[in-house]
Write a protein that binds this ligand. Structure first.
Ligand code: GLY
Length: 374
């Protein structure tokens, strides 16, 4: 039985909210998730790459250390989740490849590899022949490549479905409504729902991704999180064209191709500053397909089954915000930008520790990543 004071309301049932809900429920908290469509959000239109190496960017060295820590907890998280649901979430330890289409892309690749090595990340440069011996379906005209042995993948949709199921089996309740307003008084936090009902709790976790700023709030200033649009495509063939994720640069443009064992190929993703615009635009779909087929000619034969857009939640530093607001009843976990799936398990551990009044060691990595680069 759950003791009084161990009640948690999570606003937002995306990958972050669900991971936190599952972790807290396993620790004995009485958890309710508020979301009209749990298991969706930005994670639904993600590719599921777990890429601490490929997502290491200049000026984000501290964030990279957080990403590496996030990757480190994935194997156990996947095993625990799969045990809880008695099924797979498609966690695949395959490594990833980088590929450069032409000489200019190769120069960028070499600079990137030097930077990744300077951070102690494991990268192995590959000549085109070695690239194609690993992935024979790649274009014969690629200029260069690299193996990233520590960048893996999970099936994002199996993961989200698995998290919903694991939450239900751990006793988490779901309220399928929109949160319209947030506030607190004394030691209690309150959330108003679209139906006009309200809920109060000693602990409230905001995990609303890009929508963090859209809900009315008297909680004081919330972190500024903006939506960064990404187009992503799902294609399907009878069998996989690749064994591992390929992240390519094609004349300066980035494209990634993420194969699933069932023949699905996820192709993404654009990075667009367009506010809350979720329209799928022909030009962006064309560009993704054009780049993808230059890297993997067999794309031409695949069925295009879905084109969609997601809104990544980004802060000004690209680092997430994870922790408690002003020592009150409200916690927040948002701003994971391109790394929501990678960081979901570690975020859940940090939040679960905070609920128990303990500081998780990785909270220092989050704090360091939040400091703007100079
Ligand atoms: N994590 C890859 C992306 O955000 O496109």
């Amino acid at each position: 039985m759950t003791s009084a004071g161990r009640r948690l309301v999570v606003i937002g049932g995306g990958v972050i909210g669900l991971s936190c809900a599952f972790e807290a429920a396993c620790a004995g908290w009485d958890v309710t998730v508020v979301d009209p469509q749990p298991g969706r959000g930005a994670g639904w239109v993600a590719a599921g790459m777990l890429a601490p190496t490929a997502e290491a960017h200049f000026g984000e060295e501290a964030l990279t250390r957080l990403l590496v820590a996030g990757a480190g907890v994935w194997p156990k998280f996947a095993a625990d989740l799969e045990f809880a649901i008695g099924g797979t979430v498609g966690f695949e330890v395959t490594g990833s490849l980088l590929a450069a289409k032409d000489a200019g892309d190769r120069s960028d690749l070499i600079r990137t590899l030097e930077f990744q090595r300077s951070l102690g990340l494991n990268v192995e440069e590959l000549r085109p022949a070695a690239l194609r011996s690993l992935e024979p379906n790649l274009s014969p005209t690629l200029a260069a490549g690299a193996l990233l042995p520590n960048d893996h993948q999970v099936s994002n949709r199996l993961l989200l479905a698995g998290l919903v199921r694991a939450c239900i089996e751990s006793g988490v309740s779901f309220v399928h409504e929109e949160a319209t307003a947030l506030g607190w008084s004394g030691s209690m936090a309150t959330v108003q729902l679209g139906s006009g009902d309200s809920m109060t709790s000693e602990s409230l976790l905001l995990a609303m991704g890009a929508r963090t700023g859209l809900v009315e709030s008297t909680l004081g200033p919330l972190p500024i999180v903006r939506p960064v649009k990404g187009h992503i495509l799902r294609l399907r063939g009878t069998e996989p064209l690749l064994e591992r994720t390929v992240r390519a640069t094609v004349r300066g443009r980035n494209v990634y191709l993420v194969p699933r064992r069932d023949g699905e190929l996820v192709v993404g993703a654009t990075v667009e500053e367009r506010g809350f615009d979720e329209r799928v635009q022909a030009g962006q779909v064309f560009a993704l397909l054009d780049d993808a087929r230059r890297v993997l000619p067999g794309v031409d034969e695949l069925e295009l089954v879905e084109s969609a857009c997601g809104l990544r939640p980004a802060t000004s530093t690209n680092a997430p915000v994870i922790g408690r607001l002003d020592d009150g009843p409200v916690l927040i976990a948002t701003g994971h930008y391109r790394n929501g799936i990678l960081l979901a398990p570690l975020t859940a551990q940090i939040i679960a520790s905070e609920l128990e009044g303990r500081r998780h060691p990785a909270a220092d990595l989050v704090a360091a990543a939040e400091i703007p680069a100079r």
